[in-house]
Design a protein around this ligand. Structure first.
Ligand code: 3HC
Length: 311
């Protein structure tokens, strides 16, 4: 019964162990995981779009091949996370329908435009860098399938970040025009990448419960601070500046500090009023419609196979 189930669940969480799909779990734990994991999966799928625009415009065959591999990885991360979320009792069709209906959240960061090739470097270095900072602790999330998906995904993310860093390093040490393009991209992606970690801890309704369930291991502000520290150190090697004079390591707290972020912009992006929200959703809907024939053909083939097997 539920009492025995709740007791088992509480004991597993208390000893910081894993909950598996066949274990009893409180309904709101299940819903919290479906919320976060489906949004994570949607983020990976929508996140393919800014970079996809640059695959045909890459400056060399090497860059084109690397970018294609990265976008394919993100598709795989999305499918992997949809599968992990299906273990909680929601179907991929339901999750897809929620996304297509504009009812599902995905990471704010993908509602910004990628306007120059240098954005491919800034996205790799900063967006995937932020994703790694956020996803490494999730490798220890209490829900088994999510934690295991994160282990696999984090391995590929480090390649994503590395190739972005390398693009920026090359541009920063190129012509003055290339260096300016790299600096411009870093300037535009800095604020939005810090906001990937979520609202300030004082305005984060899910954090307390998520941390009590060992899903979220560190607060939004804690991970944001770690990320700023990584950017600050690596920007020196890149020879680029962070567009935030307030960035500093506080010797007393040992924490990296940064300037104010535009939370009104964040709220607008989440409300669908970001620079590219409409375009990203139109593209996703068009891709879904464009793929209908594949789904129908696969279903027809499966039906034939089943009929043959039944003879
Ligand atoms: N974009 C969109 N929505 C966001 C957001 C963001 N950057 N940050 C927070 N929100 C939403 C939350 O979903 C929540 O809304 P909801 O209750 O309707 O779901 C609300 O804002 C309040 O935020 P909270 O801090 O209370 O919410 P969480 O505890 O869920 O924390 C989070 C937000 C840190 C993003 C957490 O959900 C999380 O760690 N998610 C998994 C990581 C993830 O989704 N990463 C996507 C990054 S991009 C990516 O993975 C692709 C990479 O390969 C490039």
């Amino acid at each position: 019964g539920d009492d025995a189930g709740q007791a088992h669940f509480d004991a597993v969480i208390a000893r910081d162990s894993r909950i598996e799909p066949t274990d009893w779990m409180p309904a709101d734990y299940r819903h919290a995981l479906i919320r976060q994991m489906s949004q994570h999966a949607h983020s990976e799928i929508i996140g393919m779009q800014p970079e996809a625009n640059w695959i045909t415009r890459a400056p060399s065959l090497k860059r084109k091949a690397i970018l294609m591999a990265k976008v394919q990885d993100e598709a795989g991360h999305g499918l992997y996370l949809y599968s992990a979320t299906e273990t909680l009792g929601i179907t991929r069709d339901e999750m897809t329908a929620q996304l297509l209906a504009g009812k599902a959240r995905y990471s704010s960061i993908f509602n910004y435009p990628a306007v120059t090739w240098a954005d491919m470097g800034a996205i790799g270095w900063m967006v995937d860098g932020a994703a790694i900072t956020n996803q490494v602790p999730l490798c220890r999330a209490s829900y088994g399938p999510y934690a295991r998906a994160m282990v696999r995904i984090c391995k590929e993310e480090s390649f994503h970040q590395r190739q972005g860093f390398e693009i920026l390093l090359e541009l920063s040490h190129g012509t003055p025009g290339q260096k300016a393009m790299a600096q411009d991209a870093v300037n535009r992606w800095y604020g939005p990448s810090l906001m990937m970690f979520g609202p300030p801890d004082t305005d984060s309704p899910n954090s307390q419960q998520s941390m009590a369930w060992n899903i979220k291991r560190f607060s939004n502000d804690e991970l944001r601070s770690r990320f700023v520290g990584m950017l600050a150190e690596q920007a020196k090697v890149l020879g680029l500046e962070l567009p935030d004079p307030a960035v500093r390591l506080n010797p007393d707290t040992g924490k990296w500090e940064h300037g104010p972020l535009d939370w009104d912009e964040f709220k607008n992006v989440l409300a669908g009023r970001g620079p590219c929200n409409a375009q990203r959703m139109e593209r996703r809907r068009a891709a879904h419609d464009g793929g209908a024939w594949v789904r129908e053909a696969a279903a027809a083939y499966a039906a034939k196979q089943a009929a043959r097997a039944a003879q």
